[in-house]
Design a protein around this ligand. Structure first.
Ligand code: ZN
Length: 303
């Protein structure tokens, strides 16, 4: 292209840029809903400014017992997509959520992820008690553990569902969603590598947690999670005594707690075994930074 052609094209390019800017300003972001804050982070990473994300369970709230506010139920009427992730308030509310907006697409972020049953400390006690529990037939019938997002490789599956659903909702911006997804997937790979290196020396070791939110994290990085809470309830005195015994045998040095649950019992156990209580929030918005910090603190505390 010679210089004069370039000069001729200039006004045309300006016009195109102006038109582009105009249509950009007019494009309304796709209104969507998610259940928990890490999902908001994932949807915003993939959707950029082409989505506006409403979150059901806000900072500090507990997704196991949450009840949507009337205002949120009203906002659902405008949403195009609901991203579910398997947390227990969804089970109670999903029919109401669907009824609030029958045209809204419901995307299951966990599709394709092999879910584990919720962790129960009994399964880690001596093998004879495991047999006893098994023969009672109940222990595998518990609900599935929804906290899959604590494993960065699994977040790539979640994010792929988000990418595909956004492409379907807004096909004109397919390339953009694909690029954003690729960038997020790269970040997740890097995060996974960092955590793997941090925790490699601790393989096979165990940590305690009040609420069993870290099962997929533990499985990904070769650690054992010993939960104090059992199916949403505090253990009785006898189970607690066995838990303390188990934690001593396993030499657990750290107990994870999160702000959404009481810390009292964790502190009692910590005193009994001389472990450290550490705050680790699986529901923080800033996913990568939070997970890296949890891994760093764990590596330090378990050393
Ligand atoms: Zn939970």
């Amino acid at each position: 292209m010679n210089q004069s052609t370039k000069q001729c094209l200039k006004p045309l390019l300006f016009l195109l840029a102006a038109l582009g800017g105009f249509s950009l300003a007019r494009a309304e972001p796709i209104p969507v809903f998610v259940s928990v804050l890490p999902q908001k982070y994932f949807v915003e990473r993939v959707g950029g400014d082409r989505v506006s994300v409403n979150v059901m369970v806000g900072p500090g709230q507990n997704p196991h017992i949450y009840e949507p506010m009337p205002k949120q139920m009203a906002q659902l009427a405008k949403a195009k997509i609901y991203y579910r992730i398997g947390v227990s308030f969804e089970t109670v509310w999903m029919e109401h959520i669907k009824a609030a907006n029958p045209a809204m697409r419901i995307i299951d972020c966990q599709e394709g992820i092999e879910l584990h049953p919720m962790a129960r400390a009994e399964e880690l006690f001596s093998s004879d008690s495991i047999e006893k529990i098994s023969s009672q037939g109940g222990h595998r019938h518990g609900r599935l553990d929804p906290h899959s997002w604590t494993s960065p490789p699994l977040v790539k599956i979640i994010a792929a569902h988000i990418r595909d659903s956004l492409i379907q909702a807004d096909p004109a911006h397919q390339a953009e969603f694909q690029t954003h997804y690729a960038r997020l997937a790269e970040d997740l790979d890097r995060l996974d590598q960092t955590i793997r290196q941090l925790l490699a020396p601790l393989r096979g070791k165990s940590f305690m947690t009040f609420h069993p939110s870290w099962g997929y994290f533990a499985a990904t990085y070769g650690l054992k999670q010993i939960p104090i809470e059992i199916e949403g309830k505090e253990p009785g005195a006898k189970t607690l005594a066995r838990l303390i015994e188990l934690a001593e045998r396993e030499n657990s040095r750290v107990i994870l707690v999160q702000q959404q649950f009481s810390r009292r019992l964790a502190e009692t156990v910590a005193r009994a075994i001389g472990a450290k209580v550490m705050i680790a929030d699986p529901l923080a918005y800033d996913y990568s930074r939070n997970l890296r910090q949890v891994a760093e603190a764990l590596a330090q505390a378990m050393r």
